[in-house]
Design a protein around this ligand. Sequence first.
Ligand code: DX5
Ligand code: ZN
Length: 235
Amino acid sequence: MDPRIDRMSTPRTYRIAPSILSADFAKLGAEVRSVIDAGADWIHFDVMDNHYVPNLTFGPMVCEALRPHAVKADGSRVPIDVHLMVQPVDALAQAFAKAGADLISFHPDASTHVDRTLQLIKAAGCQAGLTFNPAMPIDVLEWVIDKVDLVLLMSVNPGFGGQSFIDSALRKCEKVRRLIESSGRDIRLEVDGGIKVDNIRRVADAGADTFVAGSAIFGQPDYKTVIEAMRAQLA
Ligand code: DX5
Ligand code: ZN
């Protein structure tokens, strides 16, 4: 059987999650509304503390401010997908849960007690995710796969938008897809960094179902055109 068909054994709904790291910070509310009107499924919210990564972005108060804007035209809630590039994790994770985050992912190398951090995110009513940098092994998943709702694979080194896709993320994606399939759990597999119209199909073929794109979307004059071009690649 065509391996790709095999990998697509459980038909997955694809999700496109624009990263607001590349949005116009002078009008973030309007940017969130327009990228949702353009067809975004999630809002990817990159939190950087200038400690775990050499950059500084925004905190729970900005998430709270954007929460009312993260809605579709029919009023339905658009998930805010918080990606914590911070150390330590726990207090900020709880603050983002209170600020209206729907999913909260953290880097396991940034938490002293990964299992406990996953538990506190879920206890706060959010879906919990683990995020792996390009050189990070995924072994920890074996011990917490029952607590994970999302795996976020970095295809760039975290800290900045507009970087080039690191191909080894494809191989890691295939491994994680197999792990998810064998777990029998409904876990989303998100890839983050350097995703464009011309490589998103390869990332999907490697097993991803959720795609972060910052500069590829916010760098374009028309968000709808580029999101539709991404969806056409995924069809
Ligand atoms: C990088 C962030 C990514 C980044 C993606 O540390 O985690 O989400 O914003 O930006 P692009 O799509 O421009 O690589
Ligand atoms: Zn991110």
